[in-house]
Design a protein around this ligand. Sequence first.
Ligand code: HEM
Length: 471
Amino acid sequence: MEKKMVFALILTCILSVTILFVLGRQVIWRKENKKKRLPPGSFGWPIIGESISFFNSINSSHEEHRRKFIDEHESRYGPIFRCSLFGRPKTIVSVDPEFSKYVLQNEGRLFQAKYPSSTVKLIGKYGLINVHGELQRELHGTAGNLLKHENLDSDFKEDIQHVFITGMKKWEKQREIPLQHKCHQLVLNLMGKKLLDLPPAEELEDIYKAFDEYIGAMLCLPVNIPGTTFARGFKARKTLIKKIYECIEDRREHPEVDHNDLLTKLLREGIYSDEIIADLILFLLFAGFETSSTTMAFAVKFLTENPQALKEITEEHDAILKSKGKDEQKLTWDDYMSMKFTQCVIKETLRMISVAPCLFREPKEDIEYKDFLIPKGWAVLVFLSAQHLDEKYHFEAHKFNPWRWQNEGHEISQNPWYMPFGKGARLCPGYHFARFEIALFLHNLVTKFRLELQPSVDQENRDLQRPFLIA
Ligand code: HEM
C-alpha cells in the first residue's frame, strides 16, 4: 500500500514538473517571440517535440496524409513556422518556396548544411554534406565531373545497360519480383562497379547486408548501444569503410590491373588523403543508392496503376527498338534524348515521392527575412515534399499525372516549386546520372516485361517489398 502511494506521489511530481516545464517554456518563448519576431509555432512535448506526428505524417502510406502535419501547421502559423523536431526545439520549417530557395541559394554564405547527428556520424567527417567551404566546392566538383551530362554516354551507358540487362535477365525465371529489393540490387551493383569495380551484389552478400543496415540507421536516434538501429548502422559503416580501404590497398599493390572506377581515378590524381577518398566514395554510394532505386520502384508502381501512362511509355520504347536494324539493338545517345515521355514519368515520380523529403540548414548569423528573424544556430528545415504535394503549386497534386511536364523535355524543371534535387551550391551532382539510369531501367523493363500489379497487393499499400507479378 505504502509502495503504491510512493509511486503515485513520484508520478504526480514528474507530471507536475513536466507540465510546469512546458508551460514555463511557452511563456518565455512567447515573450521572446514578440520581441524578436521569430516565426510563429509550437513546441510539443519536451525532447520528442512534434517528431512523432511529423514522422507519422511524412511516412504515411496514404498520399493525402503526407501533408497532414504541414497542412495543420501551415493553416495555423503560415508557411514558415517554428517547431521542435529531431530533439531540436529550435527548428524552423519552411514550405514557402521563395524562402526555401533563398535558404538553399545562400548555402555557404548565410546558411550551411547541418544534418541530424545520427546522419552526421554515419556519413563521416568528409561525407559531402558534412563538409563546408573550399573542400565542399572541390569535392562537389569531383562528383559533378564524374557524373556530368557529357560523360553519361561514353562512361556509363554500356555499364548501366550491362548491369541492368544481366540483372533483369534473372527476373525472367521468377514470376514474383520483390521490386524494391531488386531495384536496390541493380543500383548497388551499378554503383559498386563504377565506384569500386566491385562484382555484383549477389556475390557480396555481406556488403549488401551492411549497406542495408547503414541506410536504415540514417534517421534514427544516435544511441550507440549494442542492439540499437544506430549501433548496427555504425558497425555497418565500419564494415563498408574497411572494404573501401581493402580496395585502396589492392590498387596500390597491383597498379598493373586496370580498374575503370572512381577510386582508381582519385588515387591516381593523388589530391586527397585516403580518409577523404573513403568517405567520399561511401557518400556517393549512399547518395545514389536509395534515391534512384526507390524512384525506379515507385515509377513502376505508378505506371502499373495508370494504364494510359504505361501504354504511352511502352509505345515510346517500342518505337525506339523498331527504328533500329535487327543487328543493332544497342541504345544510342539520340535514343535517350528521344525518351521524352519517360522523362515526364521520372519527373512526376520524383514529385510524388520526394526521395529527399527535407534538407537541413543552419543560419551562420542572425538573419532577417521579411518580417521574421531566423536566429543563428537554429535548424532550418526546407520541406521539399510538402512543396511538391501542395495544391497551390500543382493542380491535383496527389494525382500521378506525367503529362503535366510535357513541355519541359529533358531540362530540369524551371518550375520554382519543384526541386527534387535541391538548389544552389549543393544541387545534387548526380541529377543527370540519376535520370539517365532510371530511363534506361524503364526502357529495359517495358520492352522486356509485361507489368501487372499482383491482385493480392493492396493498392493503398506503398510497401514495395511486396511482390509484383511480372510476366
Ligand atoms: C533520384 C535520385 C536523386 C535525388 C532525388 C537526389 C537528391 C539530392 C538532393 C535534394 C541533394 C541536396 C542535399 C542538400 O542540399 O542538403 C543531393 C545532394 C547530393 N547528391 Fe543526390 N539525389 C539523387 C541521386 C544521386 C546520385 C545517383 C548521386 C551520385 C551517384 C548523387 C549524389 C549526390 C551528392 C554527392 C550530393 C551532395 C552534394 C553536396 O553536398 O555538395 N545523388 N541529392
